[in-house]
Design a protein around this ligand. Structure first.
Ligand code: EPZ
Length: 417
């Protein structure tokens, strides 16, 4: 699947931000722990959610799509504890079912998640944490085989503020009756906090989420009727970058401003005009963005998932920008595609030196991962000429109706086979 994008289109108008993919991908597997069905609202209609729904159904969980953005999940008939290769290899977040299956069945088998275009994506922090909780884990024929006799209280010290390990270990601990689990050096991302809110509303006792140390007192029952997922700060950030190009003016509705602080901070340094309301942000583009320095960090630092999109904006800035990627070893595949579009970028280990050019020129480029694809769509929208992006399956994983939203703003993006 490809996108055909006409260049140099002015974007004006307003759009609604969808639910947070990475929050939904945490909360959906956590429903395995519930005593009864739950209605999840504001779920983004994207490929990764369909994959997670598929995985839950294979385990015997009933997943019903009530409407485009609402799911009813009923875990009562769950009857399998094995997550197969074909789904786990498609989506890394599948690993989150490991802990909850272990809690339900005292046994779980999940295929090893693969790497991706920006690194090996290990899961050692997840495995070590589950072992601390009492699990025996070994790798057999590509599968993670986990069994447990008796869970135990533990103090888990995460070596890094891993979003996935924090999410996985919090959800696994929530239903460990009479156990007390402390997790130090937790990730503080809003999606972690959203999961904990969901679980606490269901009766969990999770304290301190959103801070470095989280304490979980396991309970013996979790149930909740319905829950609304937070808006997607990375989708919002992507459209804020789109609105930053000259002559563009976009009103984003349904955002949580404090989730976007590090992105807003950098856009203001670049010189972009922003009007910030309670749940909305109006962004107005500027003639020439200022060059800046960016370092990706765990929340509340600048999000690695916004690095590629900012690289496109900075590729036509005035001067030289420096982007240091501290989360992943080589998350710069998009840089080589932008260079095909006349961007002037040098990569030195985990640093990208982006020398602003006058304009990008259209090309045939290749999407390598979700956020890289977004940066190429942004590049296609401003380039001189018409751009073709190949392999846009990546983008469908995490952006709901992206060409529909952009075309409503005045873009001309066509999906071609
Ligand atoms: C989550 O991935 C997100 N995915 C990623 O978003 C995001 O880039 C990342 O957090 C960082 O914010 C989901 O939420 C589904 P990490 P995750 O564990 O949990 C290393 C997107 O675009 N690490 O915080 O996998 C890891 O290799 C995706 O939506 C270990 O070494 O990220 C990385 O270098 C892309 N061992 C760093 O830690 C582990 O056991 C941060 O990873 C786990 C992670």
């Amino acid at each position: 699947m490809k996108f055909y994008i006409e260049g140099q289109k002015t974007l004006k108008g307003e759009l609604y931000i969808s639910g947070a993919k990475n929050s939904a991908l945490a909360i959906m597997p956590a429903t395995i722990l519930l005593e009864k069905p739950v209605i999840l609202k504001n779920i983004p209609d994207v490929e990764d959610i369909r994959t997670m729904s598929e995985l839950l159904k294979i385990l015997g969980v009933k997943v019903k799509k009530i409407n485009k953005n609402t799911l009813e999940i009923d875990p009562r008939d769950i009857n399998k504890y094995q997550a197969p290769y074909e789904l786990v290899s498609k989506m890394r977040a599948s690993i989150y079912v490991l802990g909850p299956l272990l809690v339900r069945f005292k046994k779980a088998i999940v295929y090893m998640p693969g790497g991706c275009s920006f690194g090996p994506r290990p899961i050692d922090f997840h495995i070590e944490g589950l072992k601390k909780l009492g699990a025996n884990i070994k790798i057999e024929h590509g599968n993670i085989v986990a069994i447990v006799d008796e869970f135990k209280s533990a103090h888990i010290q995460l070596p890094f503020k891993s979003v996935g390990a924090t999410i996985h270990l919090i959800m696994t601990s929530a239903l460990l009756k009479d156990k007390k689990i402390t997790i130090s050096n937790c990730a503080l991302e809003p999606e972690v906090v959203d999961l904990a809110h969901f679980l606490n509303k269901a009766g969990a006792k999770i304290y301190g989420v959103g801070y470095d140390e989280v304490i979980i007192e396991g309970v013996n029952k979790l149930e909740i009727d319905e829950y609304e997922i937070i808006p997607d700060r990375i989708e919002a950030g992507t459209y804020l970058v789109a609105g930053s190009f000259k002559n563009n003016k976009i009103l984003l509705r349904n955002v949580i401003v404090e989730h976007l602080e590090p992105v807003i901070d950098k856009l203001l340094s670049i010189g972009v005009k922003l009007k910030i309301y309670k749940n909305e942000i109006l962004v107005e583009g500027i003639e020439k963005p200022r060059s800046i320095e960016i370092q990706t960090q765990p929340f509340p630092g600048f999000p690695t998932d916004m690095q590629a999109q900012f690289m496109t904006l900075l590729s036509i800035a005035d001067g030289v920008s420096i982007i240091k990627e501290n989360i992943y070893p080589n998350r710069f595949a998009h840089a080589y595609e932008l260079m095909r579009m006349s961007a002037d970028i040098k990569i030195v280990e985990n640093v990208a030196i982006v020398k602003g050019v006058n304009e990008l020129t259209s090309a045939i480029v290749n999407a390598t991962d979700l956020r890289a694809s977004a940066s190429l769509v942004l590049a296609g929208l401003i380039a001189n000429g018409n751009t073709i992006i190949e392999n846009i399956e990546h983008i469908d994983r995490g952006y709901e109706d992206i060409e529909i939203k952009f075309n409503k703003l005045g873009a001309k993006i066509e999906r071609i086979i």
